[in-house]
Write a protein that binds this ligand. Structure first.
Ligand SMILES: C[S@@+](CC[C@H](N)C(=O)[O-])C[C@H]1O[C@@H](n2cnc3c(N)ncnc32)[C@H](O)[C@@H]1O
Length: 269
């Protein structure tokens, strides 16, 4: 079994995605999508950004390695009657079956960053983008003090060391690496721009209930708990995550509202 696929089919990422919808809508609203644009959403999950892209009239294809998330995305699109939005299984490292220069816009929000072989990922995203089109990526930033970078840092500190040669997904949050990867795909650095942006995770439950969602449904945190349990450290991991979620929570009404900073990358093809 492909470990990249197994990681994201584990648990149920839709439980986390449900807390990201408002920020997904807001991000897509700023992308300048027009009716009939051809949009590819890579590592689309259950469609947090793909559905709003389709609501704006784009012709959207979502590609994701996790079959359960592809099914969930297709269910959500069908429930909304969005006939211009479909989801299929695929791997960002090899977008086989997708023609060269076929999309006006390729979007990947916290998606392609999790695929192995980042140079192949950049090459594939460039290949399928039309000349004159754009690629927009959202990538978590290593060392950033906000929620997701810290969840991933804490989770990895309780997990076994990755196999030799493993390239951390977080390296997609470093501008020099992004320039190098798209450069290898033929994009000069003048065509790549960067900005810091924010995604807010909102949930009606308490921060500790939200930690439980990550523990029970989010692959990377589930794996960290499994390893921590074997070492008798699960309570330490739980405590670290609860302290993080409490510190970052901005909600005043007992719920959870946590902003997280990410690197937004725009590539002009
Ligand atoms: C953190 S989730 C983000 C999902 C979605 N973009 C969103 O904003 O909710 C990461 C997604 O990337 C997908 N993914 C990871 N590796 C992938 C790969 N090699 N090819 C395609 N999708 C991948 C996962 O299955 C998962 O849906």
């Amino acid at each position: 079994m492909n470990p990249n696929k197994a990681l994201w089919e584990k648990g149920d990422f839709t439980r986390i995605a449900a807390t990201m919808r408002e920020s997904g809508d807001a991000l897509v609203a700023g992308l300048g999508i027009t009716k009939g644009s051809k949009v590819l959403d890579v590592g689309c999950g259950d469609g947090t950004t793909a559905l709003p892209e389709a609501r704006l009239g784009a012709d959207v294809l979502g590609v994701d390695i996790a079959s359960n998330l592809v099914e969930a995305g297709n269910r959500r699109a069908k429930a909304e009657g969005l006939t211009n939005c479909r989801f299929q299984e695929g791997d960002a490292t090899n977008l086989t079956g997708l023609a060269d220069s076929s999309f006006d816009l390729v979007v990947s929000i916290f998606g392609a960053m999790f695929a192995p072989k980042p140079v192949d990922v950049a090459k594939e995203m460039v290949r399928v983008t039309k000349p004159g089109g754009r690629i927009v990526m959202g990538n978590w930033i290593p060392g950033d003090p906000t929620l997701v970078a810290q969840i991933l840092k804490i989770s990895s500190s309780y997990s076994p060391p990755p196999p030799e040669g493993f390239i951390s997904p977080m390296t997609w949050g470093i501008e020099a690496n992004v320039i190098e990867r798209f450069g290898a795909a033929g994009i000069p650095k003048e065509k790549i721009s960067f900005s810091k942006d924010t995604y807010t995770f909102t949930s009606p439950g308490s921060p500790s209930a939200f930690v439980a969602d990550f523990r029970d449904y989010y692959g990377p945190t589930m794996n960290a708990f499994a390893a921590a349990e074997q070492n008798g450290k699960a309570a330490d991991l739980q405590r670290e995550l609860e302290a993080l979620f409490d510190r970052e929570n901005r909600s005043q009404n007992g719920g959870t509202s946590i902003p997280a900073t990410f690197l937004r990358v725009t590539v002009a093809r």
